[in-house]
Design a protein around this ligand. Structure first.
Ligand code: GLN
Length: 270
């Protein structure tokens, strides 16, 4: 078990790719780490995240997990002195892992919504987001009005998929569900679906980095009920000390400029 107890620097030396593997190994010993009598400093929290949601979490060319969420969590843990392992399990699975107690917390560009507040406790918001629709840059789909009788791609369990569902009848399209953003983009690129629904910061990043050859065709706008900020979450009523540490660390790294440095590294401020 001791082998899996690492501080942030050791974790970074190993690389987060190895952390993901260690995280799986440590899963089996979770009853040890979850022992309520264990001193807080001895506990290694298992945090789950999405597999591919740039610029929040994604594997870089060396296979190491990077991104705003990954670095925020590292900075917060460093500030608060807690240990953790980060496992990229996919968005919907991450939520389920936390709900079933298989993981302690989730950081995955997760929107804070009233519905989710029934089953999760959220940190303070750390990033504002809206949802959007995007289609092939070179294609004929230019607005939601062009979606009549077409198939559009959505990602399982997301706010943007709920936005798509809310528009479906009015615009007369059909939805096809994917587990992760990368596969969803591939489907649009291949022309099976004519557009996809996604969080705007994520789609804008994919477009600006040339990861996809898409254009934005619609956005819910900042006043929409689907425009929700991101938060770190734990299962409702569980891991209160982890949530409090996250909030305290977030406040500190906002105060000392680390938060802004991390965001600026991935997102060009205008
Ligand atoms: N922000 C969106 C949500 O919480 C999508 C998150 C994600 O796909 N990782 O529903």
């Amino acid at each position: 078990m001791q082998n899996f107890m690492m501080n942030r620097r050791q974790a970074l030396q190993l690389g987060l790719g190895s952390m993901a593997t260690l995280g799986l190994a440590a899963c089996g010993s979770k009853s040890d780490t979850a022992d309520a009598d264990a001193a807080a400093t001895d506990k290694t929290y298992l945090i789950v995240t999405d597999t591919t949601f740039a610029p929040f979490e994604f594997a870089d060319e060396t296979g190491e997990y990077v991104g705003i969420d990954v670095e925020l969590l590292a900075a917060v843990a460093d500030d608060q002195g807690f240990k953790y392992e980060l496992n990229p399990v996919g968005f919907d699975s991450a939520l389920q892992n936390v709900q079933t107690g298989q993981a302690d917390g989730v950081i995955a560009g997760m929107s804070i919504t009233d519905e989710r507040k029934e089953v999760f406790d959220f940190s303070q918001p750390y990033y504002d987001s809206t949802v959007c629709a995007a289609a092939l840059a070179s294609g004929s789909i230019a607005s939601l009005d062009d979606l009549k009788d077409q198939k559009v791609a959505v990602k399982n369990g997301t706010q943007s998929s709920l936005w798509a569902e809310s528009l479906k009848e009015q615009y007369g399209f059909e939805t096809v569900t994917f587990d992760d953003s990368a596969t969803m983009y591939q489907d649009v690129t291949a022309g099976n679906t004519v557009c996809c629904f996604e969080d705007t910061p994520v789609m804008s990043y994919a477009i600006s980095t040339g990861n996809v050859d898409f254009k934005l065709i619609a956005d819910c706008g900042a006043d929409s009920e689907f425009a929700t900020p991101y938060g770190f979450a734990v299962n409702k009523g569980a891991n209160a000390e982890l949530l409090a540490a996250f909030d305290a660390g977030l406040a500190n790294i906002k105060e000392n400029g680390t938060y802004q440095q991390i965001v600026d590294k991935y997102v060009q401020s205008v």
